[in-house]
Design a protein around this ligand. Sequence first.
Ligand code: G3P
Ligand code: CA
Length: 250
Amino acid sequence: MKRETMIVAHRGASGEAPENTVEAVLRGWEEGADAAEIDVHLTRDGEVVVIHDATLLRTTGRDARVDALTLAEIRKLDAGIWKGAAWRGVRVPTLADVLATVPEGKRIFIELKEADGLVPALARTVEASALKPEQVVLIGFAAAALGEAKRVMKTCRTLLLADTPEGAEERRAALIALCVKEGFDGLGVSAGWPIDRGLVERLAGEGLELNVWTVNDPVRAKALVAAGVATITTDRPGWLRGKLAAKVKD
Ligand code: G3P
Ligand code: CA
């Protein structure tokens, strides 16, 4: 039976709210996203926080690495003002803060942005949350870190991320073989990849699913749905769902 393509809010609904904040993730749920994607790093005192970059500069204005400050220091920073005055006072959330927002039946994609020491802290936080294992999807570019996460958090799904496919077929084949070898559940690839039903079926033949990020173009999204990809990650989940539902041409 053909499964419907699910919509994942990239860094929360980051088109409309400051990325990787509770506010952005809540906005994603309000817009009807099936899942939210977030990025995680460790603080100096070993807490898992939700932020994309290894430094705080772009989203809080503080010129420091995340792992150089404690959670208490990071919580004083403003992670919303860069997106607009309406978001003044929004904070960098902990992973626990974000997990607490995930409704029944929805999923959270957690991207591991670093390796050292992250997996045990991540596992403890997920374990302490109210989420069911099937609601948590672990994603990452580094196969070693993702493999470690898979070994520790056996019941969570894992997707190996890949950017542009240099070497095209050779690279695709190598990534598929790596997923099979490591027991990952699928691939998450950038929207620039050549994707058609043949690729989706080839992956399915290996028991793998396909996620595509970051898709903010409705025409591309429609083609991906037609190809049968499992999930599409977008900055504007509600808007994109509306475009996908519309019968009229874009
Ligand atoms: O979902 C994967 C995607 O988020 C990877 O790119 O840079 O937005 O973390 P980035
Ligand atoms: Ca990400």
